[in-house]
Design a protein around this ligand. Structure first.
Ligand code: 5MM
Length: 345
């Protein structure tokens, strides 16, 4: 006969369940501001700002201290560098976030590497030493983590399995450390593929992911799923309408995602704020018509921050305007998480 779980185990799983649910509660979502140093520096360079540690810090502080942010955002995902930085008043980012009513999360994958015996496919890495890093991140104040797997439409079984296995090992380590894992299997939008190709790849990857999570002993009630919306490629001759996206996305999720998962927070994948929000609103409307067990919200990166980054462009005098741009985008995403499409204000 198996032993009853210890009291400490029950308490820690209860905390994970509460945290995972809270990240999508009350129409709120998650702000993905966890670009690696390389990606962030490239994005700064595009708006004429040098990719220094200080400039990356100033930009993340601008985002985090946007007035009213916690009305729309329950969590902010940071990278290792930012989690250890101090805001201008000398407060570490995680503590400043908590004081502002926003939970701090940490991206823990270390990027992709080529998958052997595949045609240029990748697998995400970062498992070595992860248990130790998670213990430290928890001490620093992170309540949740993120790991992103990247799949091409039409990906191979080998890519599904390798990425799902890594996601499962990451998620198990997170839960063991008392941290909620965001599980992000992203099917890319780049290319001319039709929506059906995205649908098939998303379905296969979600299947592999939940099968591996189960094998690794991960509690589905203590995770947040961060999937792509099911959508045609950016160069496809026939672009998906919000109704197409919602129909296909809701169908795939209903087929593949266990009911115990509390929160599903979509990535934007390169969509504009307007388009990502129109799609999210319609997903929520169709989901409420059929009845789904999960909350459906956003964990957008570019669809929230691109306008703010362009508006700021490194100019101290533009901080307030940039924050207004971020607030408008977050407010629209929060409305969409509640089934309302507010269009461009
Ligand atoms: C914010 O960007 C995240 C980290 O990217 P790199 O590790 O490649 O620098 C990225 O994982 C992001 O969280 C997701 O792609 C979702 O962002 P979008 O912009 O697609 O919503």
């Amino acid at each position: 006969m198996s032993e009853a779980p210890s009291q400490a185990y029950v308490v820690s799983m209860t905390n994970l369940h509460a945290t995972a649910a809270s990240l999508a509660a009350d129409g709120k979502g998650i702000l993905a501001a966890d670009e690696s140093i390389k990606t962030m520096s490239a994005r700064l360079a595009k708006v004429g700002v040098e990719g220094t540690e200080t400039n990356r810090r100033d930009y993340r502080e601008l985002l985090l201290t946007t007035p009213g942010l916690s009305q729309w955002v329950a969590g902010i995902i940071l990278c290792d560098e930012t989690l250890r930085q101090l805001t201008a008043d000398g407060t570490p980012f995680p503590q400043r976030a908590a004081a502002l009513g926003v939970q701090a999360g940490i991206k823990v994958d270390t990027g992709t590497t080529t998958l052997p015996f595949s045609d240029g496919e990748t697998v995400t890495q970062g498992l070595d030493g992860l248990a130790e890093r998670l213990a430290e991140y928890r001490e620093l104040g992170a309540t949740f983590a993120k790991w992103r797997a990247v799949l091409q439409p039409g990906a191979s079984d080998r890519a599904f399995w390798a990425n799902a296995h890594a996601l499962a090992r990451y998620a198990a380590l997170c839960q063991d450390a008392g941290i909620v894992p965001i599980v992000e299997p992203e099917v890319l939008m780049d290319g001319g593929h039709p929506i059906e190709a995205c649908q098939a790849t998303t379905a296969a990857m979600l299947s592999a992911t939940f099968s591996e999570l189960d094998r690794a002993g991960v509690d589905p009630a203590g995770v947040v799923l961060k999937p792509n919306m099911v959508i045609a490629g950016t160069a496809a001759s026939s672009q998906s309408t919000p109704k197409d996206v919602a129909r296909q996305t809701v169908a795939v999720l209903r087929d593949k995602v266990p009911a115990q998962v509390p929160s599903i927070a979509f990535l934007s994948g390169g969509q504009s704020n307007e388009r990502a929000c129109a799609n999210l609103a319609e997903i929520n409307r169709q989901a409420s018509q059929v009845g789904v067990p999960w909350r459906l919200t956003f964990s957008f990166g570019r669809a929230l921050v691109d306008d703010a980054l362009r508006t700021w462009a490194g100019q101290p005098g533009q901080v307030a305007q940039a924050q207004q741009a971020l607030a408008a985008n977050c407010s629209r995403a929060s409305a969409a998480a509640q089934g309302r499409d507010e269009g461009v204000v």
